[in-house]
Design a protein around this ligand. Structure first.
Ligand SMILES: Cc1cc2nc3c(=O)[nH]c(=O)nc-3n(C[C@H](O)[C@H](O)[C@H](O)COP(=O)(O)OP(=O)(O)OC[C@H]3O[C@@H](n4cnc5c(N)ncnc54)[C@H](O)[C@@H]3O)c2cc1C
Length: 395
């Protein structure tokens, strides 16, 4: 593995550093104080839009263009993306992921959608005329880790599908142009019954948006909503009916999750680094570094964060070289949030009463960190995934 950072990535990291110091951190603290995310019309989003952020990675196929073959000899650059995510989250993870973008809906739409659907729904994100968001909604009040247990029903009615159900904790869905919603034709079919739909903003029956009051990560909108006899045109069934043979639909969603786990781990590494830096600063400013126990605990924490970083690099390196990374992806996702929580907890102990006041960055990181253990597969679920691979734990 090569640990050098190429010039382009270095330049990106320097730009993110400036953005983080001047905008992401101060806005994150403001959102935390006010207990809500930035509104979609906020100047920060206009600035990101002007900077060219929030665009889709999808590009339309030119007429007659053959299917692109992946060049398996050319390594990708996942590590560069992870480094940028880590740096953004160092400043504030909520604001870092709140920017306009096709969000988590983009991956499954690229993996499963027809060319026409990609054109319609990702096309506006190629060169967006304004800050735009899209969203992904799988989780329901009774189905989180066990995504196979979703209860939102979809029933075909002529040229439409009728959707009924509740979704929760869907990122940015109240401001989204469209939401990629997962539903089932019959809960008894489990994964084979799953269908994904693009539900567009303003569709009759889509409503009751409620932004959740989370423990932390307040800079990022997590929303519940209801679909009540929500009529979705048949063209919005992602991939068309023929796609859903032999449980392919569910696999489409899972494939996306596998590739995003190292990203969440990298974000947790960034937040853990911030906690260690702040704890170190507090210890130095308050003459705590003379105590050998404090020095020892800080050094141990620093070492653990580095270890997590190396694990995320390994998962990225395997992905970049088209090698299976399922164990490493779960390993770094399971470990980095735990280490982040430990780092924030150590910071709180050093802070003492100052932490108890509730207005210190470390106290905020202490609340922010838990979400990283939950999103995109909890720590326990990652351990189940690893146990299946390593010791044949049953499915
Ligand atoms: C900040 C944030 C953003 C989110 N964004 C989105 C989004 O954009 N779209 C979306 O669809 N969802 C989103 N979610 C929801 C997230 O995916 C779920 O919270 C997550 O899947 C866990 O589900 P749950 O909270 O219902 O917990 P449950 O699944 O009810 O789990 C409760 C506890 O039981 C444990 N557990 C469950 N099953 C097992 C098992 N088989 N073995 C061992 N332990 C188990 C879990 O680890 C957990 O500790 C978001 C959540 C958060 C916190």
């Amino acid at each position: 593995m090569d640990f050098t950072i190429d010039k382009a990535t270095q330049a990106r990291l320097e730009r993110v550093h400036e953005l983080g110091k001047n905008y992401i951190r101060p806005l994150g603290l403001e959102c935390d104080r006010l207990g809500r995310p930035l509104p979609p019309e906020h100047d920060y989003f206009k600035m990101l839009h002007k900077m060219g952020m929030g665009r889709t990675r999808w590009r339309p196929k030119k007429p007659g263009e053959p299917e692109k073959k992946k060049d398996t000899n050319k390594p990708g650059n996942t590590r560069s993306t992870l480094l940028v995510s880590e740096e953004m989250s160092y400043w504030d993870r909520g604001v870092a992921v709140s920017g306009p973008s096709p969000g988590l809906g983009e991956g499954p739409l690229i993996a499963m959608g027809t060319e026409e659907q990609k054109e319609r729904f990702l096309g506006p994100f190629i060169n967006p005329d304004r800050p735009r968001w899209a969203a992904f909604a799988m989780t329901e009040p009774g189905a989180g880790s066990d995504v196979a247990g979703i209860r939102t029903r979809c029933v075909k009615d002529g040229k439409h599908w009728i959707l009924n159900g509740n979704k929760s904790f869907s990122g940015a869905s109240s401001r989204a142009d469209w939401i990629l919603v997962w539903a089932t034709i019959d809960p008894a079919l489990g994964r084979d019954g799953h269908r994904a739909f693009i539900v567009e903003k303003g569709t009759p029956g889509l409503g009751n948006f409620h932004i959740e009051k989370k423990t932390g990560i307040k800079g990022y909108e997590s929303t519940s909503f209801v679909m009540s006899d929500c009529r979705v045109p048949e063209e919005n069934l992602v991939g068309g009916e023929e796609y859903y043979t032999g449980g392919k639909g569910f696999k489409g969603a899972m494939k996306t999750f596998n590739s995003t786990r190292p990203m969440i781990a990298a974000m947790a590494v960034g937040m853990a680094r911030a906690a260690v830096d702040e704890a170190m600063r507090f210890a130095r400013d308050n003459d705590l570094l003379g105590d050998v126990r404090v020095r020892d605990r800080l050094e141990r924490m620093h070492r653990k964060v580095k270890m997590c970083r190396l694990l995320t690099f390994k998962a990225a390196w395997l992905a970049d070289h088209q090698m299976p990374n399922i164990v490493e992806a779960s390993m770094c996702k399971a470990l980095a949030p735990q280490v982040g929580m430990e780092a924030a907890s150590l910071g709180m102990e050093l802070l003492g009463l100052v932490g108890g006041r509730g207005d210190h960055l470390i106290e905020k990181l202490y609340r922010d960190m838990k979400a990283m253990d939950i999103v995109e597969g909890t720590g326990q679920i990652q351990r189940v995934v690893m146990a299946r691979q390593l010791v044949g734990f049953p499915n």
